[in-house]
Design a protein around this ligand. Structure first.
Ligand SMILES: Cc1cc2nc3c(=O)[nH]c(=O)nc-3n(C[C@H](O)[C@H](O)[C@H](O)COP(=O)(O)O)c2cc1C
Length: 187
């Protein structure tokens, strides 16, 4: 199962809207992780030693074993992905450095600005590759308000949509190819 992850903890996250719309348009069977309500303390080695891992982190780490690939959408906070998402990755990395389990990853971003959070998406792709993900591509939807119809939940930017649909289809193919190679090795 492909996991869709939103790097925002905002209740009204535009990146969550983007993810939902992308999942619908690409007709991909994806599980949207509901992590925005996680209220995890900022990682510190002393906290880990004194209190251990938060239960939600242990559960999230366990569930990542079921991912066949990832679609991650990130907001941009002052030129980077969010402290919220970095904190989750810091905790998870203490349980398994391969947070993204050697799986393929498509990275998205959006913001109300003209760059659509591109800088954050690029810096996130560096981190994801470092933490055991294999980033296929990065796509940023600029000027969210103008490129998204709130009443229908549709993305209005055709070029963005076709690029992302293509990337998701490619990821599904890559996952299938890899699975059949693994089966050949077993037989
Ligand atoms: C602390 C903070 C910093 C921000 N910095 C940027 C930025 O560097 N670039 C940008 O395009 N938008 C920036 N924004 C605006 C966000 O793009 C906007 O809040 C967006 O809705 C965040 O995505 P989300 O709704 O999915 O959380 C910033 C917002 C906050 C709260």
């Amino acid at each position: 199962m492909i996991f869709a992850i939103n790097g925002s903890n905002s209740e009204w996250s535009i990146n969550k809207k983007l993810l939902k719309s992308v999942i619908k348009h690409s007709e991909v069977n994806a599980n949207l992780l509901e992590i925005e309500s996680l209220d995890i303390p900022i990682y510190s080695i002393q906290r880990q030693q004194k209190h251990g891992f938060p239960q939600e982190i242990l559960e999230l780490n366990e569930s990542l074993n079921n991912a066949s690939g990832f679609i991650i959408s990130t907001p941009e906070h002052n030129g980077f992905f969010t402290a919220f998402f970095k904190n989750l990755i810091d905790w998870l990395s203490r349980l398994d450095r391969k947070v993204f389990r050697d799986k393929f990853v498509v990275i998205l971003s959006t913001s109300p600005g003209k760059m659509g959070g591109k800088t954050a998406a690029i810096s996130l792709s560096t981190l994801v590759n470092r933490m055991g993900g294999r980033v296929i591509s990065v796509h940023s939807l600029p000027s969210f308000k103008e490129n998204y119809d709130e009443s229908t939940g549709e993305i209005l930017n055709g070029e963005f949509l076709s690029e992302v649909k293509h990337a998701v289809k490619q990821m599904e193919l890559d996952i299938k190819t890899e699975k059949s190679k693994e089966l050949e090795l077993v037989v």
